[in-house]
Design a binder for this molecule. Sequence first.
Ligand code: RFL
Ligand code: PHB
Length: 394
Amino acid sequence: MRTTVGIVGAGPAGLLLARLLHRSGIGSVVLESRDRAHVERRQRAGVLEQGTVDVLRAAGAGERMDREGLRHDGIELRYRGERHRIDFPALTGGRSVMVYAQTEVCKDLVALQLEEGGPLLFEAEALAVEGAEGDRPRVRFRHEGREDVLECDYVVGCDGFRGVARKAVPAALSRTYERAYPFGWLGILADVPPSHDELVYARHDRGFALLSMRSPTVSRLYLQVPAGTDAGEWGDEAIWDELERRLETADDWRLRRGTITSKSVTPMRSYVHEPMRHGRLFLAGDAAHIVPPTGAKGLNLAVGDVVTFADALIHLGDTGSAERLDAYSETCLRRVWQAERFSYDMTALLHRDPAATPFEDRVQLARLERIASSRAAAADLAEGYTGFPLGERR
Ligand code: RFL
Ligand code: PHB
């Protein structure tokens, strides 16, 4: 099999890239190791930055998002029983975010790709990317019990943190930066209307809690738990009791309880692989970098990477100049590191570090008070949350 761009992985990065290329008349083949149902059901991100929303619309993939997504103009920070709203449009000159689940983004993109786009092969596991240094890179893969080779002009590794594409960068050329956190998130989905109309990020002496949502009738909530926690250790009532404690306010706000339909623990990690390009292999999304979910940045970063790649390839076709393609890694990494910093700061601001001293705990509260009392501090958070510019070039 032969194509212009071989895409490994049909998460949001791979699916959106295939769509962007298709709209510009560039051929691609997407290889995805899991089946369609798995890709469409994997519970993950919920918040789309303004820039991501604009990209999905421009790619002709925004119709259902605009109908069913929930525009959010702010978030609430909660600590010591106090509630403080961050007003995004007022602090950023009009920006907001959209709550529309990653599962739905993926469903929309899969449907469009199967209807209009190039091949999207499910249960096609990439085994290795080879020949990245030359001008005919290949993806070796297994599909329907047979091994096959996809020959390409370019390969984009969109195969997530545990994928194979990154392994094709020689160790001597790789630099990795990593931080593991001593806690994770226990996440639940529950059949109950959200208890607040905006997301609530709560810092509590017992640990962080987050109230989010998937729709007007489905809530998504998270609890900070020690690293290595098994979701099975937590009974449903214990989860609701703990959420109630951590989200408690001094006023008459109440948490609504409902049937829990899913329960899982996510470890928290910061990770960056540099460079994001090796020869004709380009890494995009979680294949190149991971952020802890506190800043809601992972999916949005993946979108930024593939937009940068697609723009650069289109520019090459239009002008003959490979300048943008050559600058891919550098262009992406500038935005990646801003998101890494923001996600790290949001995590430190809101989580209980078991090793923190009483002094550090007080500094954490002082940081929250600073955001609640200074427009400049609140604006910094609002700018970071609503997103850093997409595909920014020098
Ligand atoms: P994905 O989504 O991991 O997709 C990679 C795909 O590659 C496939 N694959 C392979 N295919 C073929 N051959 C192989 N050898 C392969 N190996 C792997 C996989 O099956 C998969 O389909 O990466 P991508 O596309 O880069 O997308 C990244 C996002 O999924 C991720 O950053 C976000 O989900 C992170 N994230 C959030 N991001 C946000 O922007 N906003 C949020 O609110 C947000 N909340 C979250 C999150 C991630 C979470 N978890 C579970 C990590 C909340 C949570 C709890
Ligand atoms: C979610 O709804 O899954 C979600 C929202 C905000 C975050 C992380 C996850 O920061």
